[in-house]
Design a binder for this molecule. Structure first.
Ligand code: DLL
Length: 430
């Protein structure tokens, strides 16, 4: 099923012509942003120099740090009065990255989500429970408006209270759910504890964090759904960038809205189909915040054309990240944020180690820190106080519950070269 068949199945020269037209407009619009004006001038590129899609390689990459430097509205290409919505990315050091949307952006975004959902066979006859955060996170409102556009019956249940979520699925006869894969697993466990049957469910849309094929099989079995992978990031509207079709053999990245490059993250060199590297995207329909060659940090590869569903460009499922960003229960965490918190607490030393595990299918983060004897009375009660303090400071900064283990001074590893403070053991568990 198609939401916009002519666009979704556009190929060859017609597609290239559309992409080039939109790329040129995006580059022109980008010149309203101080950063891009300087960026192109420094690279000695004039907007008119971009005559083919390949010419994009003349333009330097945009990195997440550039966006942070532009906080809050430095990347907006339109006056603030034209921006009708703001979202922010989760968990960045200090200030988050702000993303703005014009009415056209919101419309284009809802349209992309509508395409995704229609592609996996859901229609206005479906009842949709949207079990993700409805705040600054793009997953909530993004899917909400896309589903409404199709005419689905939307239940904006957001996150939390899993038993109530299960009751709603049963009472309202929900057919389609959207959440992170780890929450879906938790949901299935609670449903089993409750002896609740979830017979009405048909389709599960899962994303916002990496998840494996093993996890997919398990979710399908436990929830009785067909599970689809959904990829996106706030800087590119949010969810809706790439999505699996019923073939479930790679994700279609919407070729009229996102120009895709895969690069070697070390050298920046462009890679071909089947070569794994970092995904770089130039969005082609963003008004409020155009971006040029945005480095997503996500590792994937371009797949050969020729999907049975007849749609275009596909990428493989995201296998990891080129930088050190961790995605924990859908929240982005950088080790530097943890360091930032730890260094502010006198009772602990400045060394730390982070362990990430998957316990009962949920991500768990443990932070080991050394006690600082100068601020420690030696009493057990004092140990509990310090531990609680670190947990609270980390929660406030990361919006994430962590386990904190206090260890002997000097017992954590020291590094001579680059520090490796994160041990992600989730891959071992699934
Ligand atoms: O996670 C947007 C989203 C919401 C996508 C709901 C899908 C569903 P951010 O919070 O900005 O946006 O986080 C983006 O999450 O760069 C990836 O590293 C990771 N990520 C998102 N989807 C997937 C996925 C939303 N399907 C960052 N597989 C991205 C693996 C994913 N990683």
């Amino acid at each position: 099923m198609f939401w916009d068949k002519p666009t979704e199945t556009l190929h060859g020269e017609k597609l290239k012509a559309l992409q080039l037209k939109r790329l040129k407009k995006t580059i022109r619009d980008s010149q309203n942003v101080g950063f891009y004006k300087k960026c192109l001038a420094d690279a000695h590129v004039r907007p008119d120099d971009i005559r083919t899609l390949e010419d994009i390689q003349k333009i330097p990459f945009t990195k997440k740090q550039d966006l942070r430097n532009g906080y809050p509205f430095g990347f907006f290409a339109v006056p603030l009065k034209k921006v009708v919505r703001i979202h922010t990315t989760s968990g960045t050091t200090g200030k988050p990255t702000v993303v703005g949307y014009t009415p056209n952006d919101l419309d284009a975004w809802a349209d992309l989500i509508a395409r995704n959902m229609t592609m996996v066979g859901v229609t206005e006859d479906d009842i949709f429970q949207n079990m993700v955060n409805y705040g600054m996170f793009t997953g909530g409102l993004g899917f909400h408006y896309g589903a409404e556009k199709i005419g689905m019956t939307v239940i904006p249940s957001a996150t939390g209270n899993t038993r109530r979520q299960i009751e709603m699925i049963q009472d309202f006869g929900v057919t389609t759910i959207h959440c992170t894969p780890s929450y879906a697993m938790h949901l299935s466990e609670v449903a089993e504890e409750m002896h609740a049957s979830l017979d009405s469910l048909k389709t599960g849309i899962f994303g916002a964090e990496p998840w494996s094929e093993t996890m997919r099989s398990s979710l399908e079995e436990r929830l009785g759904v067909t599970a689809f992978d959904s990829y996106g990031l706030s800087e590119l509207f949010g969810p809706g960038v790439a999505f699996e079709c019923p073939e479930r053999d790679g994700l279609h990245i919407w070729h009229d809205a996102y120009l895709v490059e895969i690069i070697n993250p070390e050298t920046g060199e462009n890679l071909g189909n089947g070569e794994q590297g970092e995904l770089v995207i130039t969005p082609l329909v963003k008004e409020a915040m155009p971006l040029l060659r945005y480095r997503t940090g996500d590792i994937t590869m371009k797949l050969e054309d020729g999907c049975l569903c007849t749609r275009g460009q596909k990428i493989s499922r995201i296998t990891g990240r080129s930088d050190d960003m961790l995605v924990i229960r859908g929240i982005n965490v950088f080790p530097s944020q943890i360091e930032h918190v730890i260094l502010k607490i006198p009772e602990v030393g400045n060394q730390f180690m982070v362990y990430v595990d998957r316990v009962n299918h949920l991500d768990e983060m443990t932070v080991d820190v050394e006690i600082n004897r100068d601020y420690f009375s030696g009493e057990l009660t004092d140990l509990a106080r310090i531990q609680k303090k670190v947990v609270k400071e980390l929660r406030d900064a990361l919006e994430l519950r962590t386990t904190v283990k206090l260890v002997e001074p000097g017992s954590l590893p020291r590094f001579e070269g680059k520090a490796k403070r994160v041990i992600d053991r989730r891959g071992d568990a699934i």
